[in-house]
Structure formats: C-alpha cells, structure tokens
Design a protein around this ligand. Structure first.
Ligand code: AMP
Length: 261
C-alpha cells in the first residue's frame, strides 16, 4: 500500500508539474487538475509559454486539440496579475464564428478561472438571442469578452462595449470565419482595436488567404505553431488507395469485398 501511495503521489506531482512547468500559476494548475487534465496537450505545450512571453501566434490547430485552453489559460494568468480598473475595460476579445463555439469557450474560461483570486469577469455575446440582457451584462464591465462578429458590432454601435483597451485579440477558427463570410466584420472590428496588442490567430487549416489575413493582423515576429489533427486514423486500420475509372468503382469494390473479407 505504501509503495502504491508513494508511486501515486509521485505520479500526481509529476503531472501537476507538467502544467506548472509551462509557467502557469498554482490557481490555474489546480483548476486544470480539477478539470481532470493529467498533462498538457501538444498545442498547450507550445502555445502557453509563447503567450506568457507575450508573443503573437499563428496556430494551426483543430477543435479537439485543447486549443481553447492554450490561449485561455495564459490570458487568465496575465490579466489576473494586473490591478483591477474601475470601470473594467474589456482587455481580451475572443472572436469566434458560431454561437456554439462561443458558448464552449465561455464555459472553459469559467472552468479555468474559478480558483483565481480576485476572479476575472467574463461574458459571452452572440446573435440569434435578445440583445438587451447582453447590454445589461456588459454594463458592469468585463475583462474577457467572447463574441461572434455580428453581435459584437451591434453592441459596439449601441455603445455597450468599447475595444479601446484591448490587450489580447484572439481570432478563433479563422478559416471558418472566412467561409461564413465574416471578413468585412472582422476588418471593421480590427479597425477599432488599439495598434499595440497581442494577437493570437487560430485556424484549423492555413491556406494562402488565411496566412495573408494572419500576416495583416500579427506582429512581424509572430510564432508559428502546428499540431497534428486529432482525428488521424487509428493504427489498426490500414488504408490503401486504388486509382480506378469511375465506371469500374463498383466492380472493384465487389472484388475487394470478395477477396478480403
Ligand atoms: P478544444 O480543442 O479547445 O475545443 O478542447 C477540446 C476538449 O479537450 C475540451 O472539452 C477540453 O475540456 C479538453 N481538454 C483541453 N485540454 C485538455 C488536456 N490537457 N487534457 C485533457 N483534456 C483537455
């Protein structure tokens, strides 16, 4: 039993260490431990120290890689070390294309920030629901705002939020943003941000139009991070490619099924 307990505590400490070795403070390490994470994912290992060093990032990572924590954790750490201003200006803006993604990010901010003291204020806004409760919620000021582009512009037009004191600008799922036609909204929002800020650019894919957009946003010495997609096939599944005429596809499939099964 002693040996087990000893091994168990060393195992526990080693795993706790791996998040703290990235430079995260004990309150955040405790929160990720409570979330059940045993070790940082590859994107977290690369992005967290870079964000803490105040670098701009171009990160190619898909949903499921742990990318949200890779920007939320260091932002929480940096903002929680700053004195609280009254009224609280928005210091971190996270733009994401859909309501579902926005809600998931907000959930993670809540989860990772719960051991911080004093706590940071955060809120999420998206379209398709009444704007009034969002205007009320923003009135008291928030430190971190997660938003979809259209609703954010509506709230800015209503003077419910100002982006003048943004320190962190996160563009999440940039490729999906472009696919969904948000480029003009993004450009409008960019024109309202202060010129000196830290930019974190996330995209699942990085075709040339995305890289061009990234370069127009990021500082010159940005860091590039790339992680493998999570849904690479399991090793037990072997894959083969057969180049075959369209008309012969059915015949070949029949042949393969007959010979291999
Ligand atoms: P994301 O790629 O940010 O959408 O995260 C995908 C899921 O992975 C979320 O549900 C997170 O709660 C979870 N997650 C993030 N980081 C870790 C980690 N280090 N270990 C285990 N799960 C994690």
């Amino acid at each position: 039993l002693f040996a087990w307990a000893n091994w168990g505590s060393r195992f526990y400490l080693r795993n706790l260490m791996s998040f703290s070795a990235l430079g995260l403070n004990p309150a955040l390490v405790e929160a990720v431990h409570q979330a059940g994470y045993t070790q940082p994912t590859p994107i977290q290992q690369q992005a967290i120290p870079a964000v803490l060093q105040r670098r701009d990032l171009l990160a190619a990572a898909q949903t499921g890689t742990g990318k949200t924590a890779s920007f939320v954790l260091p932002i929480l750490q940096i903002l929680s070390a700053q004195p609280i201003q009254k009224p609280r200006p928005v210091k971190a803006l996270i733009l994401t294309p859909t309501r579902e993604l926005a809600a998931q990010i907000e959930e993670q901010i809540q989860k990772y920030g719960k051991e911080l003291s004093p706590k940071l204020k955060h809120h999420v806004v998206f379209g398709g629901v009444s704007i009034n409760p969002q205007m009320m919620a923003l009135r008291g000021g928030v430190d971190i705002l997660t938003a979809t582009p259209g609703r954010l512009l509506d709230l800015i037009a209503q003077k419910s939020v100002s982006l003048k004191q943004i320190e962190f600008f996160v563009l999440d799922e940039a490729d999906r943003m472009l696919d969904m036609g948000f480029i003009n909204d993004i450009r409008k929002i960019l024109s309202m941000l202060p010129p000196v800020r830290q930019n974190l650019f996330f995209s699942a894919t990085t075709p040339s139009d995305i890289v061009a957009l990234a370069k127009s946003i990021l500082s010159k010495d940005y860091e590039t991070i790339e992680v493998a997609p999570t849904f690479t096939p399991v090793e037990r599944i072997s894959q083969k490619v057969y180049h075959v005429d369209k008309r012969q596809k059915g015949l070949l499939l029949k042949e393969l099924l007959n010979t291999n099964l």
